[in-house]
Design a protein around this ligand. Sequence first.
Ligand code: ZN
Ligand code: ZN
Length: 334
Amino acid sequence: MTAPFSWIRPEPWGIHIVPADAWVDPARAVPRALVTHGHADHARGGHGITIATPETLAIMKLRYATAEGAQPVAYGETVSIGGGVTATYLPAGHVLGSSQILFEHAGERVVITGDYKRVPDPTCAPFQVTPCDIFITEATFGLPVFTHPPIGEEIGKLLDARAENPDACVLVGAYALGKAQRVIAELRATGHTDTIWLHGAMEAMCRLYEEHGVALGDLKLVSDATKDDMRGHIVIAPPSALNDRGSRRLPDPITAMASGWMRVRARARQRGVELPLVISDHADWNELTRTIREVNPQETWITHGREQALLRWCELSQRRARALALVGYEDEDD
Ligand SMILES: [Zn+2]
Ligand SMILES: [Zn+2]
């Protein structure tokens, strides 16, 4: 008889599933990794065996050229990972292929969320509330000040800016994995059928989404356009390209950025963003607290962001909680 939950051990570089000698989203190369999703702070190349959803494995193959040792697991599928531990992959609603992982061992259930959100996203399967004993949640936006507005409002601002400036283009900075495709799919959902122009760095990931059944409509590359082609249009580029030389090819761009951090005015100003769009693929404060209430675990472990405020909220709601000190998790994917 071992101590309860001694089989799951948070280390600074990842969560160790001890009896199986496997790691969740490890920050260094390991013999066996279970990966929740394709963002760079969770998925790294060089593992011996990588267990993940087929979509995440496809993203990792594209980004990190890790084709070897790939072991696909579909949503809802349970696999034995050795040492009497099973892992079940469940949708997290964060980006294409993103998953929570439910671990079961000796009658104990632990869910690791990876990154997640609760609002609908046309590019990925919705988060599934799963009962468990220990719930390990991210807390990227774990402060009460972070409330994300409905995405329809933000997409409306983008469309208005475009309509008001027919001779210019609106250049939207968006992360290449997840945010870019979600913004495009939400634009399409409003009936926007015009060509959307893409920075070259977005092309492969958009194609991968389409191959996995996410229709993105008419996309063309900025490098194939003249200035006049792009007037009155929307252009999507990685945040790093917002102010670079390439944007001089564009017709008088109005600079926008889609990120949860756009709630913080100083961040928008710092990046020279004229049109901040508060669009996040992470749960905001209300989604985090609602999710903990709905999952209703015996214990909540908090990681990956602003742990202290959520820890305090748990204490005030008479919920057992602890903050984990994992390293290497940056907001590539906000
Ligand atoms: Zn993350
Ligand atoms: Zn992420």
